[in-house]
Write a protein that binds this ligand. Structure first.
Ligand SMILES: [Fe+2]
Length: 179
């Protein structure tokens, strides 16, 4: 028998429509086991896209890093938040280690280099996954802090689009994640 929320005590739903100018909601069931959906971002670093905001310039994704995977030094001009789902990681510029459950917020202006760390809760494991929300672009910088490249919501969309094309996913897959 189908679950009946009202019989279980939930309030009767009142369907108040979205404002005329609102964009549509996004509800997706993702399959983390489908390796085609993980977009390579360098050796031992992959990204699983969840949402791209082309009006705010932000994006939400899960980053997976293994072993000596590294995200080279970059500067955030907008905040970034991260919720650690698995493993241990950190930035070489900071002393702290994030483990499963650790939530981080980095302010605009932060420059760092991401590495995988030994997981004290699971010795021997060298894989981490983090749900990151990038509120804006990031700039790769050299030792002097000079910008050598950038990543923004548009480069991320293009990277994902070309990867998904290469692995044979439907051409509209990435479109579903754009708001
Ligand atoms: Fe970062």
């Amino acid at each position: 028998m189908a679950f009946n929320p009202q019989a279980a005590g939930a309030p009767t739903p009142v369907h108040i429509p979205l404002p005329t100018d609102a964009v549509s909601e996004l509800i997706i069931d993702v399959d983390f086991e489908d390796e085609r959906l993980w977009v390579p971002r360098g050796e031992n670093i992959e990204s699983f896209p969840l949402l791209f905001s082309v009006t705010q310039g932000s994006w939400v994704n899960i980053t997976r890093a293994r072993g000596d995977g590294i995200i080279s030094r970059h500067r955030h001009s907008s905040p970034v938040t991260g919720q650690t789902l698995k493993g241990a990681w950190g930035y070489i510029e900071h002393e702290w280690t994030a483990t499963q459950g650790t939530f981080i917020y980095e302010p605009p202006g932060e420059t760092h280099t991401l590495i995988v760390k030994d997981d004290p809760n699971n010795p021997g494991s060298d894989e981490m996954t983090v749900l990151f929300h990038n509120f804006g672009p990031l700039m790769h910088v050299d030792d002097a802090g000079e910008v050598t490249g950038f990543v923004d919501v548009f480069t991320r969309i293009e990277d994902c689009r070309s990867h998904y094309k290469k692995v044979g996913l439907p051409s509209d897959y990435i479109e579903k994640l754009i708001r």
